[in-house]
Design a protein around this ligand. Structure first.
Ligand SMILES: Cc1cc2nc3c(=O)[nH]c(=O)nc-3n(C[C@H](O)[C@H](O)[C@H](O)COP(=O)(O)O)c2cc1C
Length: 183
């Protein structure tokens, strides 16, 4: 696929089914993720690939977290518990902050965000679909500790991965002139 067509035609998919990418394919996807711009090459991005039993474990963690929320309704606990089953594979985006005189925290997070877009584009190029989700389960210290993350590490989001179930949604046609000014 032409690289520019890949960018122009990528679309997120909410309903994802099997198959998910093979490990060979994911290794390429992760190599692409690690080519995101990275000021001073601090390597702030890492990834947790979740499939199979891992999805069950993540579901348990989400449910455990839900039960710590005071006054939470049963239906919300069930929603969190079921969340990981929305796709056969999930990539957890982890950001590790390092002290650096020229690279503030925000730049390190932006680098991981760029790696996420590389993941979405690589998956699209390989014929898979995905959606980047956050919500209360991202930036969540309880979930991070259950995943054995360190104090300087944070979950920036979850990329749900699989094969699109149904037809892709229509890509909105935006007028470039509404978003670009010229100096
Ligand atoms: C940082 C970030 C967090 C997001 N979190 C969610 C989310 O929690 N739930 C959701 O439905 N969409 C979320 N989205 C939006 C979807 O990933 C997707 O971009 C959106 O549905 C638009 O679809 P498109 O990517 O095909 O344009 C998030 C996007 C970004 C960049």
């Amino acid at each position: 696929m032409n690289a520019l067509d890949n960018i122009l035609n990528r679309v997120s998919a909410r309903t994802l089914k099997k198959p998910h990418p093979t490990q060979d394919e994911m290794n390429k996807v992760f190599r692409g993720a690690l080519r995101a711009p990275d000021h001073a090459w601090l390597r702030p991005s890492s990834f947790i690939q979740v499939t199979g039993d891992g999805i069950d474990k993540l579901s348990e963690i989400f449910e455990e977290y839900a039960k710590t929320v005071p006054g939470i309704k049963d239906e919300i606990i069930t929603k969190y518990k079921n969340a990981p089953y929305r796709a056969p594979m999930i990539i957890i985006l982890v950001n590790s902050i390092k002290d650096h005189p020229k690279v503030p925290e925000i730049e390190q997070k932006l680098s991981t965000a760029a790696s996420a877009q590389n993941i979405l584009l690589s998956l699209n190029a390989l014929g898979y679909s995905a959606i980047w989700r956050t919500g209360k389960l991202a930036f969540n210290p309880f979930v991070a500790s259950k995943l054995n993350l360190e104090a300087n590490q944070e979950i920036l989001g979850y990329i749900y991965v699989g094969t699109a179930d149904g037809t892709n949604k229509k890509i909105p046609e935006l007028n470039v002139e509404d978003f670009v000014s010229y100096l």
